[in-house]
Write a new protein. Structure first.
Lengths: 341, 190
């Protein structure tokens, strides 16, 4: 029997047509006119973007082996060292205190500091710089969530050439602090699945079930399905609450990601010791740095594997990082009279 | 993780990656237009007719471009965001949309005024289609938005919540209410 949705979907289906060539051309002109007037703006993402940072050429970065992962076409199961580190972290996660899913009237608070790469293109030249931003977010399903970010310190140019280009081209401005934003009431996310607090507390897939579920839902997102699964799991570890058991599952599920590599012992930008697992795509190695004895995710870092056009960065250069300073469940957020957007 | 790199030759960046890139390289935003303009246009055309659809689809991407710094990069797929902008624009024309639907409900003749197609010849005598048109015309604009984002744009409840800025529970109730009205109108059709 045909139901109302079938009829509705058929209704005017013959009119769901692309624009005429003239209409599309007019739309492009409108878009191009607006783009032509635009000035480069600074990223202000709500997601703690993997901050692209200047390769201060730290000893820590140098200690991490360059890996090739899937970028070279070689796809292999995670090596034993990576699996062992993830298993240790998973075991620690099962017993870690301080991790829980907040009640609906509570907040999940995360404080981090990242370095974002911005590239300005204008007047026949370009320059790239890193902007350090402090980020504090209070996420709640029952209250307005709050995001507060502000710039920390001076921008760091990738190279002296970038600094001179910035002086020549101009347009450099410090974005400073943004007024606190309201983000609405959140849905807890694991991949594309959304959860209430109660649902998230009850969510208990096996590591393989979680991996398979994420892989089945990635669609065309990401540079490859497995790369997207890596991103989704790291997303879940970054700014989403989870039960101790689910956090353990995240670590164990990472071991199923083909192309995952072990980066060895390292330190984050704050000098905290951990180990890195890495995934390489698009000429960039993404590193997740965690303490296997506590399961705490300390940092994420991106390193260029092969030079690419567009920015003046050499292979091995750290082009971004974010350090996680605090995660906890709290009872209140500094609303300060904010109204919903 | 989204790369905020202007000219990185990515093979398959997500919409969020492209939008992040466009913050420093505005030209990159053209990729978002190329990916989604036709679909947005088709959805608008179905709702408001050919002439207005072209104007609103173009306006959707201009507004999206202006608002890209506020895009929540958590969401790899920009379609809900774009449909949300398009729905807001279409809502300003809800009275003409309703007039058009009611005219069709009465006569079975599309009066959208498409100069290219002989739409007046496409008399759809199916009573249920006319009943659907009557039901859609009678919906509250926000209920109609939710239902048509679900049925015609294939967005999930969660995506519609993101597109329209309301909790997913509200989306569920809006779609439930709208479908109930459509079903009621169908049952009333002789």
């Amino acid at each position: 029997m045909t139901d109302d949705l079938d009829l509705l979907r058929a209704f005017r289906a013959d009119q769901a047509l692309p624009p005429s060539p003239a209409g599309r051309a007019a739309a492009r002109r409108a878009r191009d006119a607006r783009i032509g007037r635009a000035r480069p703006s600074r990223a202000r993402g709500r997601r703690p973007l993997m901050a692209f940072g200047l390769a201060a050429a730290t000893a820590a970065a140098a200690a991490i082996a360059i890996t090739t992962g899937v970028d070279s076409g070689r796809v292999a199961p995670a090596p034993a060292a990576a699996r062992e580190a993830l298993a240790r972290a998973a075991q620690a996660a099962e017993h870690a205190s301080g991790y829980s899913v907040p009640r609906d009237d509570q907040y999940f608070y995360v404080h981090s500091e990242g370095r974002n790469l911005s590239t300005a293109v204008a007047n026949g030249g370009s320059y790239s710089l890193l902007e350090r931003r402090d980020r504090r977010v209070w996420l709640s399903v029952g209250h307005e969530s709050i995001l507060h970010t502000h710039t920390v310190g001076e921008p760091e140019f990738l190279t002296p050439k970038d600094r001179s280009e910035a002086q020549r081209i101009g347009g450099l401005s410090q974005s400073g602090g943004n007024p606190p934003e309201t983000l609405g009431r959140q849905k807890w996310l694991v991949g594309s699945r959304t959860f209430t607090g109660a649902e998230l507390r009850a969510y208990d897939p096996s590591p393989k079930e979680l991996y398979d579920d994420l892989l089945s839902r990635v669609g065309s997102a990401g540079s490859s399905p497995t790369a997207e699964v890596f991103v989704l799991i790291t997303d879940a570890l970054r700014e989403q609450p989870a039960t101790p058991a689910l956090r353990a599952t995240f670590f164990r599920a990472l071991a199923y990601v083909p192309g995952l590599e072990f980066g060895g012992a390292t330190k984050d930008r704050m000098g905290r010791a951990g180990v890195a697992i890495t995934y390489t795509e698009n000429q960039t190695r993404h590193e997740l740095i965690f303490d296997p004895d506590t399961s705490q995710v300390l940092s994420e870092r991106d390193v260029i594997v092969k030079p690419f056009s567009g920015i003046r960065a050499k292979a091995g250069q750290v082009i971004g990082d974010v350090v996680y300073l605090e995660r906890k469940v709290v009872d209140s957020a500094p609303a300060q009279g904010l109204t919903a957007p | 993780m989204a790369a905020v790199i202007a000219t990185l030759p990515l093979s398959g960046p997500s919409d969020a990656d492209v939008i992040a890139t466009s913050l420093s390289d505005p030209q990159a935003f053209g990729e978002i237009f190329d990916r989604h303009h036709d679909a947005i246009h088709a959805w608008l055309r179905r709702r408001v007719g050919a002439a207005l659809a072209e104007e609103l689809a173009a306006d959707t991407f201009v507004r999206a471009f202006d608002a890209r710094a506020r895009y929540a990069l958590l969401y790899a797929d920009a379609r809900p965001w774009l449909y949300g902008i398009a729905a807001n624009l279409a809502r300003r024309h809800h009275r003409s949309e309703e007039r058009r639907l009611r005219a069709y409900a009465r006569s079975g003749i599309e009066v959208a005024g498409d100069p290219i197609e002989a739409v007046a010849d496409r008399v759809d005598a199916r009573a249920e289609s006319r009943a659907i048109a009557a039901a859609l015309a009678g919906l509250k604009p926000r209920d109609r938005d939710a239902l048509l984002l679900f049925a015609w744009a294939d967005l999930s409840y969660e995506d519609i919540a993101s597109a329209t800025g309301v909790p997913v529970g509200t989306v569920r109730s809006r779609i439930h209410r709208a479908r109930a009205q459509v079903r009621a109108d169908l049952e009333m059709t002789p």
